[in-house]
Design a protein around this ligand. Structure first.
Ligand SMILES: *[C@@H]1O[C@H](CO)[C@@H](O)[C@H](O)[C@H]1NC(C)=O
Ligand SMILES: *[C@@H]1O[C@H](CO)[C@@H](O)[C@H](O)[C@H]1NC(C)=O
Ligand SMILES: *[C@@H]1O[C@H](CO)[C@@H](O)[C@H](O)[C@H]1NC(C)=O
Ligand SMILES: *[C@@H]1O[C@H](CO)[C@@H](O)[C@H](O)[C@H]1NC(C)=O
Length: 380
């Protein structure tokens, strides 16, 4: 009814100010009175008729319901909140952890001391607090990912995401046992977490072309994971070192992703009235962004030379230019590793490229909260 009140005020404003404005055009008092009455009657009739034209009252009171009618979740306002929350997911801060937090479970299986140096949390300012982001614990994740097939594809950054995700669902002791297999150089890794029936495949895919091939394979086999998290760029930068060529492969990847999807979550497909079930069955797609590279810390001369700031920016620009990401209307939601690593570089990295667990933990939690938002659930 908020809309009705606003409309009433607007109408009153028009009745009052339009004739006053006309007085400025030297109209006689009678003419002004005539205009005033005519306007009043038109508006009054309009207001009383709107309830009989559903489309008009929809337009007045629920401006976002049009695109919402074919969405699987909730009301117009909940979908607006969801969208704004999705883009607030990266509102985090990093800070030095203290001992009490370390003994309370911030264990880092990557570090010798076993204690994470840095911690992170979501900022709690007004609109972000309303999103109720939370660090999910094992029971919540078990429910959320129960029976799902998760594919993580890419380079060593993607592998570190697998470590953080598995640590969350299996515990850090289990991770120590499988670390050897997981970190065999340049190899794939598959596991099933029996407790929750989650199947996880890590695919070694250092180049964007490898990711494209993977998408084509899914398409050919008509077998789609529930979640695909992928990203590549570092190898390309080091071994190809040509940003426009990287852009060409990103465009091809985007096409292969769009071809893979039963429907693509954009306005067009919603307007075309794509069915709900098809929408729900689309895999959840994430792009793993590149980290901040700290040039002076990179461990070879070749890396220091080729992976410089100019090249990093050029590669980043290609990701924007090819509109691969949801922010620019594309299919993939970005996990902004660049932003996260920038919050704690250089303390959180030993080689200027691979970061401590805290970064990938935060990215995993951001991804899980995005999944919660998209499936319109709240953890218990
Ligand atoms: C350590 O962290 C805990 C939890 O955030 C906080 O309550 C406590 O005050 C901190 N202690 C110190 C010494 O900073
Ligand atoms: C996972 O789903 C299965 C079948 O729907 C159910 O029996 C089981 O309790 C679920 N497990 C968890 C941890 O939610
Ligand atoms: C990835 O792509 C490169 C270049 O196209 C190719 O040489 C390599 O064999 C591929 N690797 C995998 C694992 O598919
Ligand atoms: C970079 O790649 C583009 C497109 O693949 C190619 O036309 C161009 O010659 C390459 N530039 C260099 C310096 O190799």
């Amino acid at each position: 009814m908020f809309g009705a009140v606003q409309f009433g005020l607007l109408a009153a404003g028009i009745v009052l100010f339009v004739p006053m404005g006309m007085a400025g055009w030297h109209l006689s008092r009678n003419k002004m009175l005539f205009f005033s009455c005519a306007l009043f009657i038109t508006l009054a009739v309009g207001v009383h008729l709107t309830p009989f034209f559903p489309s008009i009252s929809d337009f007045l009171y629920k401006p976002y319901s049009i695109s919402d009618s074919s969405l699987p979740t909730g009301t117009a306002s909940s979908s607006m909140i969801r969208d704004s929350c999705i883009y607030s997911l990266h509102s985090v801060v990093m800070y030095k952890s203290n001992y009490s937090e370390c003994v309370n479970g911030a264990i880092d299986s990557n570090s010798d001391s076993g204690c994470k140096k840095m911690s992170w949390k979501w900022t709690q300012s007004g609109s972000i607090a309303e999103c109720e982001f939370q660090k999910l614990k094992k029971p919540d994740v078990s429910v959320l990912l129960n029976g799902s097939w998760v594919v993580v594809a890419g380079d060593s950054q993607a592998r570190l995401m697998v470590v953080s995700l598995l640590e969350l669902v299996m515990g850090s002791e289990e991770i120590k046992k499988i670390r050897g297999d997981l970190f065999k150089r340049h190899s794939d890794y598959s596991t099933t977490v029996d407790e929750i029936g989650m199947k996880l495949d890590f695919m070694w895919a250092p180049y964007v072309r490898n990711l494209t091939n993977l998408m084509l394979e899914f398409k050919e086999n008509k077998d789609y994971p529930d979640i695909i998290l992928m990203g590549a760029g570092l190898w390309d930068m080091l071994h190809v070192n040509n940003a426009s060529d990287y852009g060409v492969s990103l465009s091809a990847l985007k096409d292969s992703v769009l071809a893979l999807l039963p429907v693509f979550r954009n306005k067009d497909s919603i307007d075309r009235g794509v069915s709900e079930s098809a929408w729900i069955r689309s895999p959840h797609l994430f792009w793993l962004g590149m980290p901040v590279l700290i040039n002076s810390m990179l461990n070879t001369e070749e890396k220091r030379e080729k992976m410089n700031a100019v090249m990093c920016n050029a590669y980043d620009d290609e990701v924007s230019r090819t509109k691969l990401l949801r922010q620019s209307g594309g299919p993939l939601l970005k996990l902004d590793i660049h932003w996260l690593t920038d919050l704690c570089a250089p303390q959180c990295t030993a080689d200027g490229m691979h970061y401590d667990g805290v970064i990938y933990d935060a990215a995993v939690q951001i991804m899980l909260n995005a999944l919660l938002l998209e499936s319109n659930q709240k953890p218990r």
